[in-house]
Design a protein around this ligand. Sequence first.
Ligand code: ADP
Length: 269
Amino acid sequence: MTMFDRKRQSPRRTDEALRLVSVTKVYGSGDGAVTALDGVTLSLPTGSFTAVMGPSGSGKSTLLQCAAGLDRADQGQILVDGEEMGGGGEAARTRFRRERIGFIFQQYNLLPTLTVEENTSLPLRLAGRRTDPERVRAILTQVGLGERLRHLPDELSGGQRQRVAIARALVTRPAVVFADEPTGALDTRSARDVLGLLRETVRRHGTTVVLVTHDPVAASYADSVLFLADGRLAGHLAAPTAEAVAERMTHLGDVVAERHAHNSPLMEV
Ligand code: ADP
């Protein structure tokens, strides 16, 4: 039995929105092989807001791509809302993604010829689900764009465009929303608004959000932070402040250096 009830057009939720078990991803092969994710195991409860942080090259984007079904892990299991992703071919994965996962990208990725309302309802149309104009408008009102339904993206500010992207990510009631540096292209004030909106969405609607960022201030909006170093989990911080996150980040460099020292062939000489 599928956990997705098409008639109600609303998913049945488990307590665990996302689980990764020993997920590994290697790019390339032979001498040029890079292990971007090295046996990552984690569990995120439904209704949690988690930031993923780590130095450049630590595997944040790869984690997001694999967990969100945009790329295929080489080993391990990924479960979204209790159901395993990865069975079947590309089409099955695309369907899985469209039904269960929402995305927010740094560059918004709105279609320039579609209005705010049309951009927001697009995921429903792509998933072959009924578009409910009332619901689309309610979500756009919730993100503060109730008066902009017929506008085109280039008639909006960066912050407003990202709000459309948030509405679009929420419209299918996904089990998990992945946000990849969603404030990277915004000024400080718009960034704060967008992060506040994400946090409010989690609180009010029990949405599960995973925020990938390199910005300690952005991470401080989350309930907890997972740190990655060299493709492995390297720590966890609950109720993060920007200062505490920044402090941990400076120590991640030490973790990486230590691992390299232990793995170094020179140690065996
Ligand atoms: P982050 O998002 O934390 O900067 P990435 O997930 O982008 O880290 O990268 C993790 C590692 O995998 C890095 O060493 C990076 O160079 C490598 N990598 C990422 N994407 C590819 C790719 N398409 N081909 C080869 N190597 C890649």
